[in-house]
Every structure is written in structure tokens, then in C-alpha cells.
Design a protein around this ligand. Structure first.
Ligand SMILES: Cc1cc2nc3c(=O)[nH]c(=O)nc-3n(C[C@H](O)[C@H](O)[C@H](O)COP(=O)(O)OP(=O)(O)OC[C@H]3O[C@@H](n4cnc5c(N)ncnc54)[C@H](O)[C@@H]3O)c2cc1C
Length: 406
């Protein structure tokens, strides 16, 4: 189709930036609107890097994926006494949110990245019922009262999406029953023998209703040089919904209709919970992994929710990435899904003769992919956190967007 559409992308994280870059490359007039008043910074939390997440950097910008990721050769399981329970040759790439974000931003025009723009609502023009008929522009309104009109609104506003409430009003947050405790430690803090065991693999320990995984990621400045990387942990622990979870998150009571609290940032987790978590690590985890937890200065939390949607499009507005389906992290595929949505959207716009036709082509595949990922990750999480039947040689636990390993 002809280029030159005016496109507003709301949310300037990995999904929004990938979409913005791809749509700009196709000749559209794209602006990113990001709620955060300051440059985004997620303190380098690790991500398993699937090919979709780095696809734009590699295919369109000719970057070397080795410059943004750390390669590991093993999947290793430890016993409680620190001995090796299982060890397989398997390659994964790990990166960090920061490292990928910085690279994507380097390919974007900062003048078209508008910080401090929180979308509060959107609506369609004069099509009679406000739902966005053929050709009606979409108006995006921000918290400061400003508004913009666009031919297409791409909502990449993440798990707590404002747009989802309008486009998929029946979607609900369903608490998985557990949270991810997270943190990073410079690899240089470990003795050479410990470091050697931590940097060549993803290391798991699976025990009663819990599991922890540890892997190397780039340093806070994005460096992948040995000695400058970080060791990242993600530890899934069960908390009852209600007062127990609320106390952990520092919330007092909930309003049923409000979006739940999704995370607690570094430095904001209550001291007694950090102390309990570190004591539990010392008592229950293999010494190597307990050491990673003990050395983490500011652990933080992300609550695991399932969110399922049946619709991703309304008029000329669409959802992308975590603003649509939110799947549990066990496939390491969240940012890959967001990036893959971006490629699918750009492709649909190229192939169609109108925005409406493109969005009609975009929606069904994306809904199906999200639902399949959610079902898969729900099953994997249930194995460790509920049923205690997680097996180290289970092929279903291999990371992947469309299927394990894919
Ligand atoms: C414990 C855990 C581990 C994970 N591990 C991995 C992994 O290994 N690999 C992987 O690929 N993914 C992983 N993920 C998932 C990954 O972080 C997300 O899927 C990914 O960041 C989604 O990207 P996004 O762009 O869709 O949304 P987000 O990254 O959530 O970004 C949304 C953006 O929108 C902005 N925003 C929100 N509301 C508004 C508004 N109203 N107006 C304007 N801007 C707004 C936000 O400030 C933010 O910048 C993990 C997630 C968790 C919780």
C-alpha cells in the first residue's frame, strides 16, 4: 500500500520502538509517545534473547547479535548440595532490557520520541458511532490535555495497558500465584571458580513449589566483555493472593476494578521481605545460587499475571506486545512476541490496500499466537509452582516463541 501514513506509537519500550523503526523504514510518518517523563531505564534486567527480539537490529541495521548478548552453551541443574544434577549442551543467548533498548533507540530520531506523554484515551473521528469506521482518523489524548490525530494508533503500552481496557474490555488480570524475585550481581564479585560455573550456562534449581534460574547478561553499560557482565537471577516464589501478596507489594487493600500492582522496583521492596528472601535462599538453595541472591544489593519484584485477549483491533487502533496477551515468562518470549507483532503489523500494512484491511489481517494470527504462548507458559509454570513434576529433560521447557526451541 502507499506509504506516508501518520502513525502514533504509544509506549516506547522494545515493542513500540521495533514497530516505530519498521514503520518508519516503510515510509510512514511515525512518532513515539512514552509515558515516562525521563529516559527509560530498567536497571538492566535480563532477558532470554530470542531471534525475534534482535531481528530488527540484525536484519535492518546489520548489527552483530554478539555485541548485544551473551552466549551460553549449557543448561545445568544443580542439587541442593551444589552438585550437578543434569547438564545438557544447549545454546541460549541472554541480553538485558537496557542493552536492546539502547540499540533500538540509537536507530530512532530522538525528536520523534516524546517523553512525558501518557495516553489517557483515544477515539475515532466522525464515523457516527465513534468506533472508527473505514477511513476515520484516530485521536489520541494525553494526560496533559494535548491530543494528536493519526491514521493509525499502535498501542504498545505494556502489561498495564490503557488501550486494552477499550479494545479488549473483557480481558482480566489473572494472578498466577507467584512472583519473580529478580536481581543482578557483577560477575567480577565472584571468585574465578564460581564465576566459571555461572557464565557458561543457564543454571536451574527446582524444588518444592519453586524454581530459580541464573544466567549471565551484559553489564549495565551494555558491555559483553568477560569481567564486565552481570549475573542475573529470576526466582519464582508463591504468595497467596490477598493480604500476603499485598504486604509483599506494599499495597493496602485493592479496588477490584483497578489494574493491579505489577512490580516493585529496586530499593522499594520492604526490608523484612528482602531479609526473608535472603534467609530462605541460604537455607534452601544450592550454595552457588544462594551466593548470587545474597550478593544482590537491590532485589526487585515482578508479579506474574496471565492476561488473555480475543480482540486486538478497534477501528484504526491496535494492540501490540504485552498490551495484548501477557504470557508468563517461562518461554523467555515476551519481548520476542512484541517484536514479532511489530514485524507482522508492518508486513500487513505493506500487503494491504488500506489500514482497515491490514488490521483485519494482523489481528487473528496475533491473537492465536498470544493465546498459544499463554497456554504453554501456564503449563510450564504449573509444573514447578503447583504440581512439582518439572523434569530437567522435558523438551517443553526450552525457550521459544512459537514452540519450544522455535
Ligand atoms: C519476570 C519476567 C521475566 C521476563 N523475561 C523475559 C525474557 O527472558 N525474554 C523476553 O523476551 N521477555 C521477558 N519478559 C517479558 C518482557 O519484559 C516483556 O514482554 C516486554 O518488555 C514487552 O514489551 P512491550 O514493549 O510490549 O511492553 P513494555 O516493555 O511493558 O513497555 C510498555 C511501555 O509503554 C509505556 N506506557 C505504559 N502506559 C502508557 C501510556 N498510557 N501512555 C504512554 N506510554 C505508556 C511504559 O512506560 C513502557 O515504556 C519477562 C517479563 C517478566 C515479568
Amino acid at each position: 500500500m502507499t506509504s506516508g501514513l501518520s502513525i502514533a506509537v504509544v509506549g516506547g519500550s522494545l515493542g513500540g520502538l521495533t514497530a516505530a523503526c519498521l514503520l518508519r523504514d516503510d515510509g510512514h510518518d511515525v512518532t513515539v509517545y512514552e509515558r515516562s517523563p525521563a529516559q527509560l531505564e530498567q536497571r538492566g534486567a535480563g532477558i532470554g534473547l530470542l531471534t525475534e527480539t534482535s531481528r530488527y537490529l540484525v536484519e535492518r541495521q546489520g548489527e552483530n547479535v554478539d555485541d548485544v548478548s551473551v552466549l551460553t552453551d549449557h543448561i545445568r541443574y544443580l542439587n541442593r548440595d551444589d552438585s550437578v544434577a543434569a547438564d545438557y549442551g544447549h545454546r541460549y543467548r541472554f541480553s538485558s532490557w537496557n542493552a536492546v533498548y539502547r540499540r533500538l533507540l540509537a536507530h530512532w530520531d530522538v525528536g520523534r520520541y516524546r517523553l512525558g506523554h501518557e495516553m489517557v484515551e483515544f477515539g475515532h473521528g466522525n464515523d457516527g458511532d465513534g468506533s472508527g469506521g473505514e477511513g476515520a482518523p484516530v485521536t489520541v489524548r494525553f494526560a496533559d490535555g494535548a491530543s494528536v490525530d493519526a491514521d493509525l494508533l499502535v498501542c504498545a503500552d505494556g502489561t498495564g495497558s490503557t488501550a486494552r481496557q477499550v479494545i479488549a474490555p473483557d480481558a482480566r488480570f489473572s494472578y498466577a500465584g507467584y512472583v519473580a524475585w529478580r536481581g543482578m550481581v557483577p560477575e567480577s564479585e565472584f571468585a574465578p571458580a564460581e564465576r566459571g560455573r555461572l557464565v557458561d550456562s543457564i543454571t536451574y534449581y527446582v524444588y518444592a513449589n519453586s524454581h530459580i534460574l541464573v544466567y549471565p547478561i551484559p553489564g549495565l553499560d551494555g558491555s559483553v566483555e568477560p569481567g564486565e557482565r552481570l549475573i542475573n537471577f529470576v526466582w519464582y516464589r508463591n504468595y497467596l493472593e490477598g493480604p500476603e501478596l499485598d504486604d509483599l507489594l506494599g499495597v493496602s487493600g485493592r479496588v477490584a476494578s483497578a489494574a493491579p500492582k505489577l512490580s516493585v522496583p529496586p530499593g522499594a521492596v520492604a526490608d523484612h521481605h528482602v531479609a526473608e528472601m535472603k534467609a530462605h535462599a541460604a537455607a534452601r538453595l544450592p550454595a552457588l545460587l544462594a551466593e548470587v541472591v545474597a550478593r544482590t544489593e537491590q532485589p526487585f519484584l515482578q508479579v506474574v499475571y496471565d492476561v488473555e485477549v480475543d480482540t486486538m483491533v478497534q477501528g484504526r487502533a491496535c494492540l501490540l506486545g504485552d498490551s495484548a496477551v501477557v504470557a508468563r515468562p517461562h518461554a523467555a518470549a515476551g519481548s520476542a512476541k512484541a517484536a514479532d507483532d511489530a514485524w507482522a503489523l508492518a508486513g500487513a500494512l505493506r500487503d494491504a490496500s488500506s489500514v482497515d484491511e491490514a488490521l483485519a489481517a494482523y489481528e487473528p494470527d496475533r491473537v492465536a499466537l498470544g493465546k498459544a504462548l499463554l497456554a504453554r507458559t501456564r503449563a510450564v509454570g504449573t509444573r514447578s509452582q503447583v504440581n512439582n513434576n518439572w523434569q530437567s529433560d522435558d523438551p517443553d521447557i526450552i525457550f521459544g516463541l512459537r514452540a519450544p526451541g522455535d
